[in-house]
Design a protein around this ligand. Structure first.
Ligand SMILES: [Mn+2]
Length: 308
């Protein structure tokens, strides 16, 4: 398993020093890093970043776009063409940086493309604009995976790309080999989606480009530790990532606020390792055969076996 975690959780404890954080990542047992772009790279050239990763025996999984204040009314889909073009350029720059540090995935979460009011945006116009921007980005970096991370709402009352269905429709219209989807477990719970459903459908199509793992109660992006709220769903989700040989990093997108970030990350590591072992112990074939029975009662017996 390639494992990464949220850098921002570690910043306060490690004096906002990426060098110290990477050292700790390696010490804990993580293998990969996802960098927010431009947030985490502003003072560090790609060459220096690569050296810093190498020094700590870490690999880049990729970069994740973080759009700033000027994009508050939309990124790729902004009604102001100039701002939309800036968002495209920032994403191209992120792709260049990603390639130079030998990362593979550019994750695009359009946090501000969305709406708060009825009659606020022209949905079809925004749809076409985001689609065309994504095509431009995908064709700019055909050697990289361009991955759409969706979230139903927050910070906007409604996000534009808000669900598995909308993200897949957009992906299909973009129609590029190198465009896929990142599933954020908590975001899916917020939309009352079953995470495993997404992992199955995208995994089957080789379109699962990213996994953000965490847990929550559904109403909010809680970012709880893995397996602490919906353990059985987490098992089912990870079964499908294994079944379809998901090969990018699993990123712990959790938010330790009260918890010590190192201890919290270690808890995530312990949990995912244990779940992984348990899936192997039961066996993919056996789980597959249980699903074939199409029975709630048999499914409940699998839960008993997980508990044993
Ligand atoms: Mn996420």
């Amino acid at each position: 398993m390639k494992l990464a975690t949220r850098i921002n959780s570690f910043l306060p404890k490690f004096n906002n020093d990426l060098g110290e954080i990477f050292k700790e990542f390696n010490h804990i047992g993580l293998s990969h890093v996802d960098l927010n772009y431009p947030e985490h790279v502003e003072d560090i050239s790609a060459q220096n970043m690569k050296e810093l990763l190498d020094k700590n025996d870490l690999k880049a999984n990729g970069v994740a776009l973080r759009f700033r204040n000027e994009f508050i009314n939309g990124e790729l889909g902004n009604a102001d063409k100039e701002i939309s073009e800036k968002a495209v350029q920032l994403t191209k720059d992120a792709a260049d940086y990603c390639r130079e540090i030998e990362g593979e995935v550019v994750t695009i979460w359009l946090g501000f493309d969305g709406f708060d009011y009825s009659f606020q945006i022209n949905y079809e116009k925004v749809w076409q604009q985001i689609k065309n921007c994504m095509i431009e980005i995908a064709d700019y970096a055909p050697d990289l995976k361009i991955s759409i991370e969706y979230k139903p709402f927050q910070p906007r009352a409604y996000a534009f790309i808000d669900s598995l269905g909308i993200a897949m429709s957009m992906m299909n219209e973009i129609d590029r080999e190198n465009v896929g989807i990142t599933l954020d477990y908590c975001h899916m719970l917020m939309k009352h989606e079953n995470p495993a459903y997404g992992a199955s459908i995208l995994g089957s199509r080789q379109k699962l480009f990213g996994v953000h793992l965490n847990d929550g109660y559904g109403l909010n992006d809680d970012g709880l530790m893995i397996g602490t709220s919906s353990l059985v769903k987490t098992f089912e989700f990870l079964y499908y990532t294994k079944l379809h040989n998901y090969d990018q990093a699993i990123y712990f997108d959790t938010f330790p606020v009260i918890e010590d970030p190192v201890e919290e990350c270690e808890a995530n590591l312990k949990m995912i390792t244990r779940i992984n072992e348990k899936i192997d112990q039961i066996g993919l074939n056996k789980i597959t055969s249980i699903i074939e029975k199409n029975s709630g009662v048999t499914a409940s017996e699998l839960v008993l076996e997980i508990l044993s």
